[in-house]
Write a protein of this length. Sequence first.
Length: 307
Amino acid sequence: MNTPITYPIGTPGQPWGTTELAAWRARQVRQRSYADDVLAVAQRLGPRFERLRHGEVVYGDARFPLVALRSPDWMPGRPAVLITGGVHGYETSGVLGAVRFAEQHAPAWAGRVNLLIVPCVSPWAYEHIHRWNFDAIDPNRNFHPGSTVQECAALMQLVAPLRGQFVAHIDLHETTDTDESEYRPALAARDGKPFEPGHIPDGFYLVDDSHNPQPAFQQAIIEAVQAVTHIAPADDKGQIIGSPMVAPGVIRYPFGPLGLCAGITGARFTTTTEVYPDSPNTTAEQCVAAQVAAVCAAVDFVAGSPS
């Protein structure tokens, strides 16, 4: 019989209060540098992009300037693509994939596509390798009008003046073993609910918008990524993380109602990527390469598609 997973903070059946939140914060340890991994790269790429400072995230004495990279020759009328990473700060390949695309691949579409790249939406979570922000909130359920979540509000404010220009948005995510060992148990404890174990898909998959499905767009990305790493199969119920697989490696969520990042632009073509770096069948490097391949396929699809 499996021993139930219990989380070390909180009382079973009772949602967290300020005491539990403080205890959770005390457990978080800074493990890497947003300034070194993201801001320094953005600075280095300055000559190739228009570097936009679009606010900052502030938690106590910690301040994180937010940065985006925009095509220097942005021209209304060209298809525009938003690329976001690090909505969940622990999802390393999303941040590194966005950065690598900017460094090595973005120039291939100069003059054809307007690019807006936000490598790391959640810098505090990136440094602490966590899904949540400092307030124990998942940003990727809080992209809705009037959101008070700093990371979400800043990104939506950046995007708002450009709504109507975006043809595509690709949001880069990953799933790790800590989803089952840390984050989902913490979520259950925070909300005073029992933890129900789940299953982590072994491989890359995509989440399409159930309110605006674009199967050809998703398929183009899957075809590009399967040359880099393996695609997640469905489980014995024909599902991936509890949702029906509608095509190889593709499931659907309602982006807008769930407050997901991939729904903020109103673009025709939208998707959320997921890779699994803890799989024995891939490597961390392949996961970053898979994110880059996904972005390249998405931008190439848009460049050849009517807006």
